[in-house]
Ligand binder design. Sequence first.
Ligand SMILES: O=C(O)CCC(=O)C(=O)O
Length: 272
Amino acid sequence: MQDPTPKRYTDTLAPAAVSDELLPVIEGLGLLDNCRELADRGWTVVENVGTAEFTAALRATILKLSSKGGANMLLSKDKVFAEAVLQPELLALAEFSVGRGFLLSQVAASVRDKGSPCIGLHADHNWLPAPFPEHNMLLTACWTCDEYSEDGGATLIVPGSGAQRRHPNQQECAEMQGAIAVECPAGSVVLWDGNVWHSNYPRVIDGQRVVCHITYSRLMMRPVENYALAKTELTELYGKRMAQLLGDDDFLDSPNGADYSKLIQTFNNAKR
Ligand SMILES: O=C(O)CCC(=O)C(=O)O
């Protein structure tokens, strides 16, 4: 008879380790080197994810849904996004990086024309206080629908920055010393952990750089109890501090996609 009590771990898998259960999946997909790169330098590129037709469909759908340089809250807007977030390569690398039972955090898109502004140097652990933990909390996967080149406005990375386990300061943001462009063909997925300092280059050539930005997060720090259905009533009854307790004071978990009006406030709150 099967033991009805599930095995309970008392240890924690080391940040760079691949679990016994995940290893055959990673090996089967040929992603062992990508795991090593994520662990050692904090970023990696997987080329030829999905088919060229899929990437073309993703690009066309993003362009259809985007306004003012992008779109967010995309998962339920077209099946192409569900297919993207469920790609076996992405799921395997997300489990490696942010742990079994990881969550989808965001499905957004950017469309960058010639002259589009740069996003600015940052680490995606932006709502975590420094020093960042040893285990990664947030994995970003950028599906490139166009070739990534420096002139084309590719993502830039500061190699070695992740080891500092902190946010870049204002001088580092201005200087971006040692930054390199991530160069890869359309149909690649560029992944980085929450520690790596990154931004993007200005696009100086014609045409558009279209990218689907997917983030996965570790499962922890969600509230134990979910008051989403009672939130409006509780906030009306008890006011602003209740709104904060129920997550209305930050840009996370917003019903219409990331609420960028609260972005700076969120990042500041996380550091105080
Ligand atoms: O658009 C890019 O190249 C960088 C995007 C980025 O910084 C992010 O998704 O955190």
